[in-house]
Design a protein around this ligand. Sequence first.
Ligand SMILES: Nc1nc2c(ncn2[C@@H]2O[C@H](COP(=O)(O)OP(=O)(O)OP(=O)(O)O)[C@@H](O)[C@H]2O)c(=O)[nH]1
Ligand SMILES: [Mg+2]
Length: 358
Amino acid sequence: MKIALLGLPKSGKTTIFNALTRGNASTDKYAPPAHEANVGVVQVLDERITRLSELYKPKKTIYAHIEYRDYPGIFSSRAENPDNALFSDIKACEGFALVLRAFADEELDGLYGPADPLRQLGEFEDEMIISDLIVAEKRLEKIELGYKRGVKTPAIQFEEKVLRASCEHLQDNLPLRGLQLYPEEEKVLRGFRFFSQNPLLVLINVSEDEYTAHDDLKTQIAARGHTVEVIAGRFEEELSKLDEEEAAAFMEDMGIGESIRDRLTHLCYKMLGYLSFFTVGEDEVRAWTITRGDNAVTAAGKIHSDLARGFIRAECFKYDDLIAHGSEKALREKGLFRLEGKEYLVQDGDIISIRFNV
Ligand SMILES: Nc1nc2c(ncn2[C@@H]2O[C@H](COP(=O)(O)OP(=O)(O)OP(=O)(O)O)[C@@H](O)[C@H]2O)c(=O)[nH]1
Ligand SMILES: [Mg+2]
């Protein structure tokens, strides 16, 4: 899973990136925008995989992972010419985490205006909407040109209709994620990977002494349909440099229950509607990520395209049942070992083995 860390200049993206990845990327206050993203990978330390690995003692244990991509602050009306190469890089990410600066800093306030998270959120959404509008209008111009040359198919006309509706919506300054679409329309738009179609995980970056002072803001941002979390960025960056025991003591003082890595993992899964299923065996215990509502064939395809192509059945049992009853044998005896067909909707915590024939 690729998550883009986005936000206005100097909102604390790299600070949070360092906290997440235990990295050491520069957070120089005066550095000009970088030209590429900092990239770091964080394991999803799902304790269910750890337990399964203890049970099956496989040769390999593979956790899921999240790749965080920390982009320079290019989404601002003040930003100099945005870098188009970065735009397509960002669009390849599955989820967007937007960092808002809520900590005061005399110099940053002077350069970028006071830390006003709601204004930043508005500005960011506006920039996304404008970028999308430019892309949609360019495509419409091309379609028009095609019509003049006699290129007019039902598919292109359908695309035009969907794009016109999208443009109207964007011109009202509304993000595309709020546009009601039929699945076929959705399919047309998906190809463009419009920015404003993505859900946002909003991270309110506060200073340590204001960690608990932002409940109202959190509620307001959540009311706009975003997933939201308050993060004391610089504090978390410092925590990431400590050993676990030391960090735990500081976290307790602050009332932080889980590491920033674990908190963001849960939030990203929630925002994207992702869930985990597992495969187990002597060779490998492994976590796989799919979207809620995906069926057994889609799950099979994650493992290997042959498994989806030649899918016969999914042998399936629940992680919780395995832990409760101790072994696959006990599950079979209790009738908790199921055979599921193509349409079965995979559940979080399913342990699956695909029967297939190609
Ligand atoms: N007080 C305080 N300062 C912070 C916090 N987070 C970041 N900073 C400071 O803000 C400045 C900018 O932080 P960065 O993490 O580099 O911000 P950025 O969003 O990556 O900046 P660009 O990539 O240049 O847009 C640095 O001087 C950080 O030390 C925070 O939570 N509290
Ligand atoms: Mg940065």
